[in-house]
Design a protein around this ligand. Structure first.
Ligand code: ADP
Ligand code: ADP
Length: 227
């Protein structure tokens, strides 16, 4: 696994009206190899924009993003080894759950994808719906498929945006536990956006709080939630 570094990253959106919206104002952050950082902050503070820039879905206005010391600037999403589970990062409707999860794995001729698929789908309780199409699934099931897809790619960096928000309380508990075990076993360098304090406390090594496009606070979950 590799460390992730954001160096003075800025993002200014040009709106259709010709107005500039500064979404991220100069964020510098290092996420260590295998570390899980929870990213918190009020709506509109720049969390999604930050994740989208790391994933390559949005260009940086300035600054640099490095994975394992290599700059990602200018690389399209498919050339970055990043697993994402975003709210609006849709599953492909015509493909089965299994095909959605393994999409890109076979294309990359990865070794051992079948074993990996079995392990991940068992741990995320997806075995019974592998042949189903996404259209017929509950939003909680879709969310677990998206998580499985992100992890199955064996990414260097995992980006999760509210990955458990559509699960009911019981499922959130079990999925959170599985996510924690997977993260510990596989050691992914992870950024997790969440509003859920319990999720941040149980999963995160460090918590980063953003406000108005800037990092306001960084600390252990205990430090941040003690304030
Ligand atoms: P968060 O994920 O923390 O809610 P966002 O990154 O979505 O924050 O948004 C940060 C700021 O950038 C907000 O002011 C938002 O309105 C603005 N913004 C986000 N996406 C766009 C876009 N595509 N065009 C213009 N402004 C945007
Ligand atoms: P948006 O609606 O924001 O454009 P999409 O969900 O359409 O986001 O996907 C954004 C990118 O991710 C596209 O380049 C698309 O090809 C890719 N993508 C979407 N679903 C999958 C998938 N199941 N496997 C691999 N890549 C995907």
């Amino acid at each position: 696994m590799s460390e992730l570094r954001l160096a003075d990253v800025r993002k200014v959106y040009q709106t259709r009206g010709g107005e500039d919206v500064t979404a991220v104002r100069g964020v510098s952050l290092e996420v260590g190899s295998g570390e899980l950082v929870a990213l918190l902050g009020p709506s509109g503070c720049g969390k999604s924009t930050t994740l989208r820039m790391i994933a390559g879905l949005e260009e940086l206005t300035s600054g640099d993003i490095l994975i394992g010391g290599r700059s990602m600037v200018g690389l399209p999403p498919q050339r970055r080894n990043i697993g994402v589970a975003f709210e609006n990062y849709a599953l492909y409707p015509p493909l089965s759950v299994a095909q959605n999860i393994t999409f890109g794995l076979r294309a990359r001729k990865r070794q051992g994808w079948q074993q990996r698929l079995t392990e991940i789908t068992e741990r995320l309780d997806l075995v019974d719906i592998l042949d189903d199409k996404p259209g017929g699934l509950s939003s909680g099931q879709k969310q677990r498929v998206a998580l499985a897809r992100a992890i199955a790619r064996q990414p260097e960096v995992l980006l999760l945006d509210e990955p458990l928000s559509h699960l009911d309380a019981a499922q959130r508990d079990t999925t959170r536990r599985e996510l924690r075990r997977l993260q510990q076993d596989l050691g992914y360098t992870t950024i997790l956006v969440t509003h859920d304090q319990e999720e941040a406390i149980s999963l995160a090594d460090r918590v980063v709080v953003m406000r108005d496009g800037l990092i306001q606070q960084v600390g252990t979950p205990e430090e941040v939630y003690d304030d």
